[in-house]
Design a protein around this ligand. Structure first.
Ligand code: PHE
Length: 344
């Protein structure tokens, strides 16, 4: 029995010498110290021995277990530390390494302008028209006929309006005013809406003109609406958008779908009134057309002009953006050069 124990001790110590890792330690612990190990078996059977043997074999087997346990613990300290260091070395993170740069996108300045203007009108009780009431691809009927624009009006000319081959009367809208008609055909007064969107004109491109640009249409129809209401709303808008220090002026004008009509000019800040290619030397830039909805238009959409009246306006988004940020070429909005876009 004593021999067996000493043999077990010897092989255990040899195995411990050969340990290479913490998992070797676990294996040895299993083989020599677990409940199913030979050593444990001997301890379990001590009760069958004589009292003397019980004492000798009992104490020897305990000593051996203790010795193996201690040696394994020593090895564990060494290999645990070694393995930890290796792991840390392998998973090392270099926090001084530069990160990967991801450039941020931004809202286009025209979209920013549309959002800002729309918010101002929402603050005055206007709401956004539904998309289906403001289509970019229009018919002459909505873009011209219903707006009281005569058949021989120069705006209908092929030189001014983009006609499509879809059908003879299908065009790219030349103004957002068609949204007025769609809105009045689908909603009963009181009406108070704004309709931002793209418009197209067959024009030669220059610093002040592009053949694609944006407008924001506005329409208010209710009882007892007068030109004073139109002027009040326009002045409040100008004050909120430009601040009260910017010179603006009303001029009388003519549109087939409003009577009376007016235009609003804002002083050109590219040249501060001295004259430049954007304002064509006048010192002023026209930013919107407006007027009282013509009774003929109201009749076209079955609204009784004896009961209701209203005003409409249409403003040029690019011009409003140019006059806010002193941008002296409309084409910059469409080239989408990031060096330009980054500034907003
Ligand atoms: N649609 C006109 C234009 O494009 C502007 C306008 C809108 C004028 C509404 C009066 C009323 O020039």
């Amino acid at each position: 029995m004593k021999d067996t124990l000493e043999k077990i001790h010897k092989t255990a110590l040899e195995a411990i010498e050969k340990i290479q890792s913490t998992s070797d330690i676990e294996d040895i612990r299993n083989t020599y110290l677990s409940r199913k190990s030979e050593l444990n078996n001997i301890k379990k059977n001590l009760k069958d021995l004589s009292n003397d043997d019980k004492r000798i074999i009992g104490s020897l087997s305990n000593q051996i277990s203790k010795d193996i346990e201690e040696k394994l613990n020593e090895k564990y300290q060494v290999f645990y530390q070694k393995e930890l260091n290796e792991k840390l070395e392998k998973e090392r993170i270099d926090i001084t390494m530069p990160g990967v740069f991801t450039p941020f996108g931004k809202t286009h300045p025209l979209t920013q302008t549309i959002d800002e203007i729309t918010k101002i009108f929402q603050g005055m009780g206007f709401s956004l028209v539904h998309n289906e009431n403001s289509p970019e691809v229009e018919t002459e009927y909505f873009n011209f006929d219903m707006l009281n624009i005569p058949k021989d009006h120069p705006a209908r000319d092929m030189q001014d309006t983009f006609y499509t081959k879809v059908a003879p009367n299908v065009i790219l809208r030349s103004q957002t005013s068609g949204a007025q008609i769609h809105e009045m055909l689908t909603t009963k007064p009181p009406i108070r809406v704004v309709a931002p969107g793209r418009v197209y004109r067959c024009e030669s491109v220059s610093a002040r003109k592009n053949n694609l640009f944006h407008q924001i249409e506005g329409l208010l129809v209710d009882k007892d609406i007068t030109f004073a209401d139109l002027k009040g709303v326009m002045n409040e808008f100008l004050r909120l958008y430009f601040g009260s220090a910017r010179p603006t002026r009303f001029r009388n004008s003519f549109f087939p779908f409003t009577e009376p009509s007016a235009e609003v000019d804002v002083q050109c800040i590219m040249c501060h009134g001295k004259g430049c290619r954007v304002c064509s030397g006048t010192g002023w830039l026209e930013i919107l057309g407006a007027g009282m909805v013509d009774p003929n238009v109201l009749r076209n959409v079955d609204i009784d002009p004896e009961v209701y009246s209203g005003f409409a306006f249409g403003m040029g988004v690019e011009r409003l953006a140019m006059l806010k940020w002193a941008i002296d070429d409309i084409r910059l909005f469409f080239n989408n050069d990031v060096r330009f876009l980054k500034q907003f």
